[in-house]
Design a protein around this ligand. Structure first.
Ligand code: URA
Length: 192
């Protein structure tokens, strides 16, 4: 039988609903095993993600993985660790915005065009208990597509912003993300 994720992938793999369809090398849907406990929603695939077809695998993704490990390892010590999955507001590399755009972000129309895909992924495939909005753009848009009363939602600073910050601030920024994430996951765990 075809899994909900397979159906989702088959449906979206050739998507041309917005101009990003022509800018990407490959569509970037999700990374991790579904359904999951915690879903991270970033902004858009970057160069590495576009090349390999998986979200958060470049430098920002490596930092995000470290934040996840630092938050979860002390709580779960390897046993029954919550399943985490990564996706983005838009599934295609916004090549033009990244190379010549004003704010290097996907446009509002592109984010809206991809919201059907995002909502389907959340509701039918990932079915998370906690959504982590990664970065300000995700914090702004995700609650407009996914009812924040239907699932726990938190926000962390985008790891790419941490990498751009002055050296002296980075440690504290990472620590804040770790604490916010650990607290939210612990609250879920306490409900079990
Ligand atoms: N890589 C992603 O997949 N998403 C981001 O938001 C940034 C880098």
């Amino acid at each position: 039988m075809t899994s909900p994720y397979q159906k989702h992938r088959d449906w979206w793999k050739d998507c041309q609903r917005c101009p990003l369809g022509k800018q990407r090398s490959r569509i970037v849907l999700a990374r991790g095993r579904v359904p999951c406990d915690v879903l991270f929603i970033g902004e858009a695939p970057g160069v590495s993600e576009d090349a390999l077809g998986q979200p958060f695998i470049g430098p920002a993704g490596k930092l995000l993985d470290r934040i996840v490990d630092d938050a979860l390892d002390p709580i779960f010590m390897g046993s029954d660790r919550p399943k985490v999955v990564f996706t983005n507001l838009v599934a295609c590399f916004p090549k033009l915005a990244k190379s010549e755009g004003v704010n290097h972000q996907p446009a509002e129309a592109e984010i809206k065009a991809c919201s059907t895909r995002l909502k389907e992924f959340v509701d039918e495939v990932a079915r998370p208990r906690l959504i982590v909005c990664v970065g300000a753009l995700s914090e702004k848009w995700v609650p407009q597509f996914i009812d924040p009363f239907s699932v726990e939602m938190i926000h962390i600073v985008h790891p790419a912003a941490i990498l751009r910050a002055p050296d002296a601030q980075r440690g504290l920024m990472v620590r804040r993300c770790v604490v916010v994430l650990a607290n939210a996951v612990e609250a879920l765990h306490a409900e079990d």
